[in-house]
Structure formats: C-alpha cells, structure tokens
Write a protein that binds this ligand. Structure first.
Ligand code: G6P
Length: 610
C-alpha cells in the first residue's frame, strides 16, 4: 500500500508530484505529503486526508523547487495523522516509504538510546534517522548513506530519499515493494507504478529487489546493496496517459465498467486460433509440456481475483477435466496446503503485488509446483517470481473496486482452460471453437448490457435504502453472486452476502422477509430449474427478488420485483455478462448515497500487508 513518487528535473516539482500522487491515490489515501528542495532548504508539507487537502495546502503555501518526493498513505504503523504522514524528516533528510520495516522496534530503541527523539509512530521515520546518522558519521554521498542504512533494515520497502547535502539528487531503493524509474526530457522520475510516470515517459525501468537508483537531471545509475553497479534495461509500456483519465465519466469505476468490452477484446487479441478451437500457449505463459504433466490445478488469489478464480475452477474442470482447487492467498499460509511438483498453481492478481498471494506463490514454488501468474500490471512481483505469466490487457484500473480487471481475468482463465483441455485431449476442436467464438461475442453482448445502465440505475434508486442484501446463484453464477455482494459492500457500505443458492435453505432463508432484497443470478443455463425453485421459496416468504434473467423469461418476470435482462448467450461466457449488471447496481447505489466510489473508506487497491 502507499504510493511514492519522486521528480528531479527543470520544472516545478510540486504540481508534478501531486499529479503523480493523484494517479497513485488508489494505493492509499488517508494522508499525503511532499518534500521539495527550495531556496530555504527542504520544504515539507503534509496533510491529513485525501490528496485534495495537500493540493489546497500547497496552493496556500507554495513550494518552489525542481527536486522532490511525495507520498500518499494507507496507515500501517500509526493512525492516519499529519505527524504520521510522509515524508519523514531527520536532520536534512526526507524519506517516503511504501512497505513495512519489520525490525523497526529494535532499531527505534537503538536510535532512542543514541538520543534520537521521534516525532511519529511510523516505521519509516527510522529510515530517515538511520540515513541522517550515516551522513553525520561521514558517508560521502547520499547514495552511500542510504546503502549503509538499508543494510540495517529488514522487511519490505520501496523508498525515495532527498537530502539537503545533495539537493540535485534523489536516491530510490526497492526491496519487496514495487518501484519504477522513468526518464523524461531532461528529467528523471520514480514512482510506485507506471501510472505515476506516464505523463512524462513510457520508457520505464522496473527495479529489482536490492536495487538502489541514483537519479539526477542528467540520468540515473543503478547499484546494489553491496555498492556494485548493476545494469537495468528500460521497457516501453503500452499504456497511454489518457487511459488513466476519467474521460468524461463521473467516476473511474463507471468508466472501467464501460471499458470491459475493450478489456476483453484486448486480452484475447492475437491469442486465439478460432479454426483450431485452440489458444496459443506461448501467448499465455503455458507450454505443451506443462499442460501434459499437470495433474491438478490450484488457483490462489484474494478479493475479486479470488472470485474470478472460483469461476475459473468451473471452466478448468469442465474443459480440461483437471481436478481444480481454489484457495485464498491469506489462507495458504494458515494451512498446511499441500502442493505437488505436478501441480499447476495459477496466481491471479490484478496488481501482481498482493502480499498474501505472493506468500502462496512462494509456498507453491518451494514445493516444486509450476506457477503461472495472471496479472494486469507489467513486470509486477507475482509475474516476476512465477514460471510463466499471462498478462490481462485491461489497461490501468484506478477505481479501488475491481471491474474490468475481473472480466479480463475471467477471459485469461477461460483461455487457460481451453489450452489445457486441448493439450490433454479433454476438449475437441469443435467445442474449443464454440467456446472461443462465444468469447469473441462477449464484448458486443456486454455493450448491449451497458445500454441498459439507466434501467439498472432506476432499480438501484429503489434499493439504495437497503442495509442488507442477499445475492444468490448456482454453479458459476455462485461466484458471480459473491462478486456482486463484494462490489456492493465495498462501495455502498451496505451489508451484502453472496450465497450458493442451494445453501439458502441451510441458513440465509431465516433472514428473508419483505425488507430483504434478494438478488438472484438466474440465466437459462443448466442450473436454471433449481435456482428458479429457490426464487419461489424467497417469494413464498415475501422476500423481494431482483433477478438477472435471460431475455424473454416471462416466468421469472412474473416473480421478480425487478428484472435485469441478459442477452441470449452461450453458457461458457455467461459469467462475463452476469457480472456487469451487478457492478452497475453496486455503482449506482453507492453513487446515489454520495460515496466516494473510487476510493471507498478503509480500502486500498493494492494490498501489500498481511
Ligand atoms: C484489494 C482490492 C481488491 C482486489 C484485491 C486483490 O482488496 O481492493 O479490488 O480484488 O485487493 O488484489 P489483486 O491485485 O491481487 O487482484
């Protein structure tokens, strides 16, 4: 969590830092700050609350200067407050940090014994004092002081440091938390991710763990913790700055919901062989050999990605006939999860950075399993540590509640299922073609669903007062019900629960009365009859039912208080469609309540803590 950014160049740093932070705000938004070299030395402004508060403070108290660092925070050590906001300053040194210093208590005691008085509760302030101490002890350069200090630190970090001793330099370092360096025109930038740098450059260097970068106007040099120079290759990213703008939509989330047809189309582009009913293995990080030796598939993920994985399980079981398990990243470390060498472990993560999913990948690798990453962010931690990677091409997702990345993950998992099925003779070419053709039709079907957004908004208006909502579905409609409930609680703060419709009779049925809206995913598929019966059970208890049904289903129309129509579609791709009205429903309910849809309270998009 937390976003960091640094700028050294010829332009005023403050607006550039604030703009970079704006694009990183999804990583945390409880406080923010900048430190900028100006004529009086190091100017620091920190504010509690969202970035706009910092922006206002900088308008009242402008900081000139062309070199600086900035931070947007998601509190770990110490409550959100101005004192705990970054940058943290010691002597003439200012530090911004994303990550956790694990040995902070011991280091704090050591520094206190040395006479240091701390002004915050954060682990980060320790790093500032260590660097200050190293400089006082005679380190000749800032980069050297940073190296000495990092030698003392255990844990995960990405840091950027400025110091009055070297006002034209930023030193940045990475261990476990992401850091990207980019070269603009006579300027250098660093940041937690691509989005922060995009308006300046598309040529980026993704630092490796243990790298230290020294940035000046003239360029950048890389070294490691031992002080040896290292070479790092620049990569050109294909995201454009416009992709990270709201483009006329009120919220990023709404824009991203509408971008799903393109996210799906981009994720399949060049990867399918429709005639052969097959997928190109090289394009999706798999090989014939992996597919053939795999005996089980294990999907590991968190949050929305976990729900995508649950859908993926149905596809992999049906199309590849492989036993498939799905586990929450956070649970892998709490169980004695058994991985085998002939397991294919698929780590699904939009950000590619989620701490718990990384933990699961490490466990799988330690057991000798093959790990395939499904991620949206190029060169992020999980793809880097995996044996193969399938990048979804959803473009930058800014809204904290994931939408288009979920759809792109579904596409990735369906392609994996087809590839495995074809290699293992579980899927014939004709069925493969049928599945992939359905996939190619999904974007236009989603566009059709998006055309009904106004109707969903009117349903949302009638549901906005609900404090509890139940979501039901069977088969792959069940994970979609889970996802619908998650979306609603994330952004509307209503209590929402997703349940397998078949389990309703074992508990949730006790909740049903005339006040409880029950959203049921009930398209015409193989689960239809059974789910239909559940809807009747809800109606028999006066529950009000909001149903997702296939166009023309008059029987359901009669039972439902509201009906959200789905186009006729192949069963294989229904999850790509059914999720869309549920995303819109959550969005419109939250927007109607006046919530900050893109940055819901207490959440962050990238969760790098355990
Ligand atoms: C956070 C986000 C969710 C996301 C989850 C997993 O909780 O708010 O939207 O689904 O992390 O993130 P990942 O990047 O691993 O998909």
């Amino acid at each position: 969590m937390c976003g960091i950014v640094g700028y050294v160049g010829k332009q005023l740093a403050a607006p550039i830092l604030v703009d970079g932070l704006r694009r990183l705000e999804y990583r945390g938004y409880d406080s923010a700050g900048v430190a900028i070299h100006n004529a009086e030395g190091l100017g620091v402004v920190r504010t509690l609350g969202k970035l706009r508060v910092l922006h206002e403070a900088l308008s009242e108290q402008p900081l000139s200067g062309t070199v600086g660092i900035g931070h947007t925070r998601w509190a770990t050590h110490g409550r959100p407050s101005e004192e705990n906001a970054h940058p943290h300053v010691a002597g003439g040194v200012a530090v911004v940090h994303n990550g956790i210093i694990e040995n902070h208590i011991a280091l704090r005691r050591e520094l206190e014994a040395d006479g240091v008085v701390f002004s915050s509760d954060t682990d980060t302030e320790i790093v500032a004092h260590l660097i200050d101490r190293a400089l006082r002890a005679g380190a000749s350069k800032l980069v050297e002081a940073v190296r000495i200090s990092l030698g003392r630190v255990q844990g995960a970090y990405a840091i950027a440091v400025v110091s009055e001793h070297e006002p034209a330099t930023i030193v940045a370092a990475r261990h476990g938390s992401p850091l990207v360096v980019g070269a603009g025109d006579g300027e250098m930038l660093c940041g937690s991710d691509i989005a922060a740098l995009l308006s300046h450059t598309r040529d980026m260097v993704f630092l490796e763990d243990g790298d230290i970068a020294e940035l000046t106007c003239a360029g950048v040099s890389y070294s490691n913790l031992a002080g040896e120079p290292v070479e790092r290759e620049s990569k050109r990213v294909d995201w454009s700055p416009v992709m990270a703008e709201r483009g006329g939509y009120k919220h990023f989330m709404l824009k991203e919901i509408h971008e799903q047809p393109e996210a799906i189309a981009a994720t399949v582009r060049g990867r399918l062989d429709l005639d052969a009913g097959d997928v190109h293995g090289g394009e999706i990080g798999l090989t014939e050999e992996i597919a053939k030796r795999t005996r089980r598939v294990y999907l590991v993920a968190c949050g929305t990605s976990y729900h995508a994985s649950l859908v993926g399980r149905y596809w992999i079981e049906s199309l590849a006939k492989l036993p498939t398990f799905v586990e929450l990243g956070s649970e892998v470390s709490c169980r004695d999860c058994v991985f085998f060498e002939d397991d294919l472990v698929i780590a699904v993560s939009q950000s590619g950075e989620t701490f718990d999913t990384i933990g699961a990948v490490k466990a799988a690798k330690a057991a000798g399993a093959t790990v395939l990453a499904v991620a949206n962010v190029l060169d992020s931690a999980i793809p880097r540590m995996s044996h193969g990677a399938l990048y979804t091409r959803a473009g930058p997702e800014i809204g904290v509640a994931s939408t288009k990345c979920f759809s792109a993950q579904l596409v990735a998992l369906l392609m994996i299922a087809v590839y495995l099925g074809r290699r293992r003779d579980a899927l014939d070419a004709a069925t493969g073609t049928e599945v992939l053709q359905a996939l190619c039709e999904a974007p236009s079907q989603i566009n059709e669903l998006l055309g009904d957004a106004d109707y969903v908004r009117s349903v949302a208006a009638q549901m906005a007062h609900a404090t509890d909502v139940l979501f039901l579905g069977r088969g792959y409609n069940y994970p979609i019900a889970l996802e619908g409930a998650l979306k609603l609680k994330e952004i509307s703060y209503a209590h929402a629960e997703g349940y397998a419709a078949g389990e309703m009779k074992h508990g949730p049925i006790a909740l049903i009365d005339e006040d409880l809206p029950v959203v049921v995913v009930c398209p015409k598929d193989r689960t239809y009859e059974k789910t239909f019966a559940n809807i009747q059970e809800v109606r028999a208890r006066e529950g009000q039912v909001i149903v997702l049904a296939t166009k023309g289903d008059e029987a359901l129309h009669e039972l439902a208080a509201h009906i959200l129509w789905l186009p006729e579609a192949s069963e294989w791709t229904l999850p790509l469609l059914t999720v869309v009205p549920l995303q819109l429903l959550a969005y419109y309910i939250a927007a109607r309540k006046g919530h900050d849809v893109d940055q819901p309270r207490n959440l962050a998009k990238t969760v790098t803590v355990e």
